[in-house]
Write a protein that binds this ligand. Structure first.
Ligand SMILES: Cc1cc2nc3c(=O)[nH]c(=O)nc-3n(C[C@H](O)[C@H](O)[C@H](O)COP(=O)(O)O)c2cc1C
Length: 191
């Protein structure tokens, strides 16, 4: 198995270190009960005014819904995402409820919820991979989304399989080491 735990300089918690974006998924279903747990975790993310401007449409492998979500993915994502146990479309709600006022933070907030979903899944040994490589237009049409709802990402979830199962170039990507900018590059300590 390709295990790519983060090598951190400081004592970052294991839950964060253990999450990484996998592409090789086992032929093992995720129970609906576990999906409810994972999605509930998302609901506990912080959001501006507690507006919770997100919605998730998801489908288990082997269903029509799964094929619908899969068909909207970019050609570079479909070859491996087809093996996911569940595909989840993350949908952002652009307007504040009952006001028709733009919510400036909807993208920020769905990102927060996504993080919670990924970490909850990781804690259950379920691997994840967020994708922006999909057709927003196709998702909007296929799910009949109203004007104020924007498909933001599709998340693949599944149990991990051996990287050997993948074809190139995905196998090499699955085994590639992970890297991050050094702290000094993105932080400033103010006086
Ligand atoms: C918003 C977003 C969009 C992404 N889109 C794709 C994608 O379309 N295809 C893909 O293979 N990975 C995609 N990724 C995964 C990133 O490439 C990955 O998170 C990044 O390289 C860091 O690796 P790690 O998640 O393993 O730490 C996306 C991630 C995010 C957060």
């Amino acid at each position: 198995m390709s295990i790519k735990f983060a090598q951190t300089k400081h004592q970052v918690i294991d839950l964060i270190k253990h999450r990484w974006s996998a592409r090789s998924f086992a032929e093992k279903a995720i129970s609906e009960r576990d999906m409810q747990t994972i999605l509930e975790a998302g609901s506990w993310a912080a959001s501006a005014n507690n507006s919770q401007p997100w919605r998730y449409a998801y489908a288990h492998k082997g269903t029509e819904g799964f094929e619908t979500l899969l068909s909207t993915l970019a050609p570079g994502n479909q070859p491996w995402a087809k093996n996911a146990a569940v595909l989840v479309a993350g949908i952002g709600i652009k307007e504040l409820p009952d006001t028709q006022q733009k919510n400036a933070y909807y993208l920020h907030d769905i990102g927060m919820a996504n993080s919670f979903i990924l970490l909850q899944a990781s804690s259950m040994d379920i691997y994840s991979h967020v994708m922006a490589g999909f057709s927003k237009q196709q998702i909007s049409e296929k799910l009949s989304l109203p004007e104020n709802e924007e498909p933001v990402c599709i998340i693949a979830l599944g149990y991990l399989a051996d990287a050997e199962k993948l074809e190139e170039p995905y196998k090499s990507r699955e085994m590639a080491p992970r890297s991050r900018k050094p702290l000094a590059e993105f932080t400033t300590l103010l006086d």
